[in-house]
Design a protein. Structure first.
Length: 454
């Protein structure tokens, strides 16, 4: 409600019952003795003797119907004009006050909008500044190391890939001594469009919630605009690739059938958990034998989960692999093309395609064939660029002896023949050309678990 102060203005006539005047009390009109009507106590002449206006001939006091004359406090005469002198004056004041009120409202609204915008800008600047200054976050509550501990620790390069460099970091009183903590630190490569801090934080927190005995556990991470680190458990016995094909630091004897079956069963359980642990339908996106690590008991751990989302450009893996090929030839959807990554599903080798869980199933099938044959996915003199999957499928179609395709170190384990054949069939189902024909990882895992050692 708008308050008016019209006191001592020598106003005359009836108070108009319009606009803000209706809501005013008598105090607003004091000092104007010639005003009348509501809310004042004195009635107007027409209210006291309405016939004086309606029928002037019957009014002996004003027989000609002349306009009444009133006197102000100074003795001056003022004639009441029709509609009252006060009406336009007060209406004008009301209009001015209304305009001022609207102006004040607009200014306040603009000021509030500006404050909200400034608040959002300030919050965004704080987040950007946080990214510039660097932020170290522990995902696992049981992880006791701080960033300073990692910076003072000894570090050794143990692996390199498109997603970055992996270091073995020994924090504590020295390598191999009691009380030291050994972790793996992956320094991420920068992609074409690096994630902002909040995007990176959301992805890493989601990775940290994936907790399974056959998946390498994320312990902490560090984010800065020019440096991004992931801290995970260090798995000591190297990769499945090194165990099958040898490596500079591989000291393991050839893997027995029992060990290979245990490794592949554990890997299937881990990949199944990745697929089913979240409604987001997570995808590993880069499963291969180098991403399966072995501990001291030769239990398998899937590494590299989530890297395809953290490193820009790796989610659509085929785009970076096949750009040069596509620039010189036309590729139809579903066609087979030669790529350096033979673990990649055929449909994912098409430029612009996205990974699906069925792509992971295909990659797992290639790893299983690699475990059974002891051969690299793209090796073999008779594969005619069809890859390991084509070589094994052809051998089964021609009913050739199992000894021609199985790893030679397994030939002495004659009791394992039926189990090995069953595993081959599972691998061939996983590597079907049509992704709709491939089983889900739950089906694959349950089928492998039904293979019992004799």
């Amino acid at each position: 409600m708008i308050s008016l102060d019209l006191r001592h203005n020598n106003l005359t006539g009836k108070v108009p019952q319009v606009g803000s005047l209706v809501n005013q009390g008598p105090t607003a009109f004091t000092g104007n003795p010639n005003l009348c009507g509501f809310p004042l106590g004195n009635l107007c002449p027409e209210a006291q003797n309405p016939r004086a206006i309606l029928n002037p001939e019957e009014n002996p006091e004003n027989p000609k119907g002349l306009t009444p004359v009133f006197y102000d406090g100074n003795g001056d005469k003022h004639k009441e004009k029709i509609g009252s002198v006060a009406t336009p004056w007060i209406s004008g004041v009301s209009a001015v006050i209304g305009a001022v009120s609207v102006l004040v409202w607009l200014v306040r609204r603009k000021w509030k909008t500006g404050e909200d915008k400034m608040g959002k800008e300030k919050k965004r600047e704080e987040v950007e500044e946080e990214g510039q200054n660097g932020k170290f976050m522990v995902v696992d509550e049981g992880f006791a190391l701080e960033l300073e501990d990692l910076l003072r620790a000894s570090a050794y390069v143990v692996g390199k890939s498109r997603s970055g460099i992996v270091y073995k970091v020994v924090a504590g009183r020295g390598s191999g001594t009691l009380g030291s903590t050994v972790v793996a630190v992956r320094r991420l490569s920068e992609g074409d469009a690096p994630l902002k801090f909040k995007e990176f934080e959301a992805e890493v927190e989601a990775i940290g919630r994936v907790n399974h005995p056959n998946i390498v556990r994320l312990r902490a991470y560090y984010y800065a605009n020019d440096e991004k680190l992931l801290v995970t458990d260090f798995i000591r016995n190297g990769s499945l690739y090194a165990a099958l094909h040898g490596g500079p630091t591989d000291n393991l004897p050839p893997l027995s059938w029992a060990t290979r079956l245990r490794v592949i069963q554990g890997t299937a359980r881990g990949l199944m958990y990745i697929h089913e642990s979240s409604p987001r339908k997570y995808v590993h996106g880069n499963l291969k034998s180098t991403k399966i690590l072995l501990d001291n008991e030769l239990q398998p751990y899937i590494s590299g989960f989530g890297l395809t989302r953290l490193v820009s450009g790796t989610l659509k893996y085929a785009s970076s692999i096949t750009k040069k090929l596509i620039s010189t030839q036309t590729v139809a959807v579903g066609s087979r093309i030669s790529t350096p990554n033979s673990y990649l599903a055929p449909e994912a080798r098409v430029y612009g395609s996205k990974f699906t869980q069925k792509c992971d199933v295909y990659s797992f099938g290639i790893v299983l064939l690699e475990v059974l044959t002891g051969q690299l996915p793209d090796a073999g003199p008779e594969n005619d660029e069809e890859g390991l999957e084509g070589l094994v499928r052809k051998a089964f179609r021609e009913e050739r002896p199992l000894s021609e395709i199985i790893d030679s170190t397994l030939l002495t384990e004659v009791n394992a023949k039926k189990q090995v054949v069953a595993a081959f069939h599972i691998a061939l189902n996983c590597t079907e050309l049509d992704p709709e024909l491939r089983p889900r990882m739950r089906t694959v895992s349950e089928s492998l678990d039904r293979i019992k050692l004799q």
